[in-house]
Design a protein around this ligand. Structure first.
Ligand code: AMP
Length: 384
C-alpha cells in the first residue's frame, strides 16, 4: 500500500504529542480539521480538504515536513505553475501511488520568463486549481493512495528573499545554470528559461526535501535539466517522469492552450503529426538523421503553405521554431541514432496571432491576439 503504513498509524494514534506548536502530528492525530499555517490562509480554508494544508511560507512547511520524516512518511513533490489540467493531475496520481504524502507547489516563477514573454498574462486560476486538487484528493482517498497533504503557494518575496527576480542577461541574483544544456533548443529561443527553472526547482527541492519529484515528459528538455540538477548538485531525491497527457486528437495538454481558440487549436496539431511521421521512420528501421526527419519537415512545410495560402479570416499561420533529433542526456543534435541510447524527437511551433477574426468565432482567452508557443516530443526508445 502506498498510503500510511499500519505501524505508523498505530504510532500516530498512541504517541503523546511532544512536538512544537503547529505540528502536523498534533493536527493529524488529534485535531484532523485544523489547518496548518502560521499565517491565515489566503484561500477560504473552510471549503478546503481536511487533509490538505496550504502553506505560503517556508518555516511552517519545513516543520510539517520534519514531522512527516519523523513518522517515516514519504513525500512526492509535483512542482507546477498552476492553471492545472489533467497533465498535472496525472503527475499527482503517480506521486500518490509511490508516496504517503504529495506536495503540490503552485508558483508562477518570474525568472523563467524572458523580458518579452507572457509572465503578466500567464493564466492564474487559483480557486479552480484548489477545487481540482480537492476532488483529486478525495479520489486518492477512495483508492487508498497517498494524499495531497500540502499545497505550497509562496509569494515571490518568499522565493527570492534577497534580490528581486531578474530576467535580464546576465541579471542580478543567485542562479543555477547548466551549460550548454540550458542554451539548446528551448533554451535557444528562451535564453533565461532553464536558468529560471533550475533555480526555482533548487529552491523548491531545498524547501520541501522530497523523496521523489515528478515532472511531465511533455517538457522533455526540462526533465533532462532536472535530472542534471539532481546529479550535479547531489540532491537527495529521485526524479520521476510521467507520460504526456493529450487531448483526444493528440494535442499535448498545456496551460497555454486556453489562448489558442478553435482555429489555431485545429492547426496546432501539426507539430504532433510531424513528430509521428519521424517516429514512424525510426520504427521502420531508419537511423540516420535525414531519413528520420525529412517526412516531419516536409509535412510541417506543407501544412504551413496550405495555411499561408488561405484567406486571412480563416487561416492559422505558424512558424516552426525547430524539429530536433537529439541525444537523450545532452539534448545535442545527432546525425545518427545509437540504438543502445535511443533519442529524443522534439519540436516547437509558434502559433501566430489570428489576423482577421470572423463574427462569433471562438478565439480563446486573449481574443486570438496572443502568440502561442507549442512544444511536443516523442522518445525514440533504445533497442535492447
Ligand atoms: P507547468 O505548470 O506548465 O510548469 O507544468 C508543471 C508540470 O506538469 C511539469 O512537470 C510539466 O512537464 C507537467 N505537464 C504539463 N503539461 C503536461 C502534460 N500534458 N502531460 C504531462 N505532464 C504535463
Amino acid at each position: 500500500m502506498a498510503a500510511v503504513r499500519p505501524s505508523t498509524l498505530l504510532f500516530l494514534r498512541r504517541c503523546p504529542y511532544t512536538g512544537p506548536p503547529f505540528s502536523y502530528t498534533r493536527a493529524f492525530a488529534y485535531k484532523p480539521r485544523r489547518h496548518l499555517t502560521t499565517t491565515p490562509p489566503r484561500y477560504d480554508s473552510s471549503s478546503f480538504s481536511p487533509h490538505t494544508h496550504t502553506f505560503h511560507d517556508v518555516a511552517p512547511l519545513r516543520q510539517f515536513r520534519r514531522d512527516l520524516l519523523i513518522h517515516n512518511r514519504t513525500v512526492g513533490l509535483v512542482p507546477t505553475m498552476g492553471a492545472l489540467h489533467e497533465g498535472h493531475l496525472s503527475l499527482v496520481r503517480e506521486a500518490a501511488a509511490e508516496n504517503t504524502d504529495v506536495f503540490v507547489s503552485v508558483y508562477v516563477n518570474p525568472t523563467q520568463f524572458g523580458l518579452n514573454e507572457d509572465l503578466a498574462s500567464y493564466p492564474k486560476t487559483w480557486e479552480a486549481d484548489m477545487r481540482m486538487l480537492i476532488a483529486l484528493d478525495w479520489e486518492l482517498a477512495s483508492v487508498g493512495a497517498g494524499r495531497i497533504t500540502a499545497v505550497f503557494a509562496p509569494s515571490t518575496k518568499t522565493m527570492y528573499p534577497t534580490i528581486p527576480p531578474d530576467s535580464a542577461i546576465p541579471g542580478a541574483g543567485s542562479f543555477v545554470e547548466m551549460r550548454p544544456l540550458g542554451q539548446l533548443l528551448e533554451g535557444a529561443s528562451r535564453p533565461v528559461f532553464f536558468r529560471g527553472v533550475a533555480t526555482v526547482c533548487m529552491k523548491l527541492f531545498n524547501i520541501c526535501t522530497p523523496d521523489r519529484v515528478y515532472f511531465g515528459q511533455k517538457d522533455i528538455q526540462q526533465t533532462v535539466v532536472i535530472k542534471r540538477l539532481v546529479k550535479d548538485f547531489h540532491l537527495n531525491t529521485e526524479v520521476r517522469i510521467g507520460p504526456t497527457q493529450r487531448e483526444d486528437d493528440g494535442l499535448a495538454m498545456s496551460s497555454r492552450n486556453v489562448y489558442l481558440g478553435t482555429r489555431r487549436r485545429n492547426t496546432g496539431i501539426v507539430l504532433r503529426e510531424s513528430l509521428l511521421k519521424a517516429e514512424a521512420q525510426y520504427l521502420s528501421g531508419k537511423r540516420k538523421r535525414g531519413d528520420i526527419l525529412w517526412p516531419a519537415n516536409a509535412y510541417a512545410d506543407r501544412v504551413q503553405h496550405e495555411q499561408d495560402s488561405l484567406d486571412a479570416h480563416s487561416r492559422a499561420r505558424f512558424e516552426v521554431d525547430y524539429i530536433s533529433l537529439a541525444d537523450p542526456e545532452t539534448m545535442e543534435e545527432i546525425d545518427e541514432v545509437d540504438e543502445s541510447r535511443g533519442a529524443i524527437l522534439s519540436g516547437a511551433v509558434k502559433m501566430l496571432p489570428v489576423e482577421d477574426a470572423r463574427e462569433d468565432e471562438e478565439l480563446g482567452v486573449g481574443g486570438g491576439k496572443i502568440p502561442v508557443r507549442l512544444i511536443d516530443n516523442i522518445v525514440l526508445e533504445p533497442i535492447v
